[in-house]
Design a protein around this ligand. Structure first.
Ligand code: GLA
Length: 381
């Protein structure tokens, strides 16, 4: 068990017992990709793959240790410096920086021993999980009393300003507000009020990790973001949430073909999220599958964030018995495909998909049967 492993790791390292345990889930996104930094709609679910940190107060400086990385993250909560830290350690340090920036209060330094069964770099938001684990931890231990909607915004701020990744608000919201058995319909202009939508019992969530990680993901992500900001400027809207496909068709001559395609993805993806919500509520499985396939195609052709392995995984998933829909999930450039599959066929689906993926790509993927889970929290031990 993760919790026992985290507690034992803490005790072995510092010869005292931890006082708190932070648990934060990863997420998949059912539909609504790359829309969250343009005020759009998203439809993620927290999943039962977790990051767990056993935590206690530290005498002088924060010392965070991860089971999966040799380099600890050592900093003082009053002056964390991103350039001094290993990449993974920037996320929790960024939370300390953002909390201090927001509250003006001194934050206690912490020791933590971190374990996870959430694969890293798989497009399942291990970064938001570590952010929300430490946001809830400091909120609890320092008695800050900040509401969830503030913690998610501070997570985004930490990632945007401290880590340098210009992400939206979806991942933090999914990781903190997740509800077991439900996806969250989120209007990102009101991300503090996500609406839980039940995932029907007969549908299984399959996360199909290509095990491909593209190193350029961060810079390509920020580049997409500036392209769509340019499109919004040319269209005369604050964000593409307020633009229509007709408007784009009329004005696309004013922008480069690449910027026009980026904008078309965002505007059409927002429409697909709303249609998906209806299709799920009315259990129109054919429509669910169609929308997921269209979303993937738009991400591949217009937004250009897919890759051969993601395309192959999605294509093979769709061809298998029991699959209702499949598409890439998360930022892209590698990572995972998510598939909605009839529960009764989920195990055969996973075995067969792993086989076919290897046959076609020569790579070994990982197929995880996941369940929608509750959001992050920190408890006293
Ligand atoms: C990453 C970001 C999110 C979102 C997705 C793409 O996961 O952290 O904010 O933009 O990519 O939908």
């Amino acid at each position: 068990m993760l919790r026992e492993r985290a507690i034992a790791g803490f005790q072995a390292r510092w010869a005292v017992a931890p006082t708190h345990l932070a648990v934060a889930p990863g997420r998949v996104n059912l539909i609504g990709e790359h829309t969250d930094y343009q005020d759009g709609y998203v439809f993620p679910a927290a999943i039962d793959r977790y990051l767990v940190a056993a935590i206690g107060l530290a005498p002088e400086r924060s010392e965070l240790v991860s089971e999966s990385n040799n380099e600890p993250s050592i900093f003082n909560t009053s002056t964390p410096e991103a350039s001094d830290l290993p990449n993974w350690g920037k996320y929790p340090a960024g939370i300390a920086w953002a909390l201090r920036h927001h509250t003006g209060a001194d934050l206690p330094n912490l020791r933590a021993f971190i374990v996870a069964d959430l694969p890293l770099g798989a497009g399942l938001s291990s970064s938001a999980a570590i952010e929300m684990a430490f946001a809830t931890a400091w909120n609890e231990i320092a008695g800050l009393g900040l509401p969830k909607g503030v913690l998610t915004r501070l997570g985004q701020l930490a990632e945007n300003e401290f880590v340098g990744m210009k992400c939206g608000i979806m991942d933090q919201t999914a990781s903190l507000f997740g509800v077991a058995g439900h996806a969250l319909r989120i209007d990102t202009t009101d991300a503090a009020h996500p609406v839980p939508v039940p995932i029907p019992d007969d549908l299984a969530l399959l996360v199909c990790n290509t095990c491909v990680k593209h190193e350029l993901a961060g810079s390509a992500y920020n580049e997409r973001r500036s392209e769509v900001e340019e499109a919004a400027r040319i269209l005369g809207v604050s964000t593409l949430r307020h633009a229509t496909l007709d408007q784009l068709a009329t004005e696309q001559g004013e922008m480069s073909p690449v910027v026009a395609r980026r904008a078309r993805h965002i505007i059409s993806e927002n429409l697909r999220v709303l249609a998906f919500d209806h299709a799920l509520a009315s259990r129109d499985d054919a429509e669910i599958g169609r929308l997921m396939a269209e979303s993937h195609e738009s991400l591949r052709a217009d937004y250009e964030v897919s890759c051969h392995e993601l395309d192959t995984m999605a294509e093979e998933a769709r061809a298998l018995p029991g699959c209702i829909g499949a598409r890439m999930t998360g930022a892209g450039f590698g990572g995972s495909v998510m598939a909605l599959v009839h529960q009764a066929q989920a195990t055969d689906f996973a075995d067969e998909l792993a086989k076919r993926y290897t046959e076609r790509t020569g790579k070994v993927g990982q197929i995880h049967l996941c369940h929608a889970a509750d959001g992050a929290s920190t408890v006293q031990l």
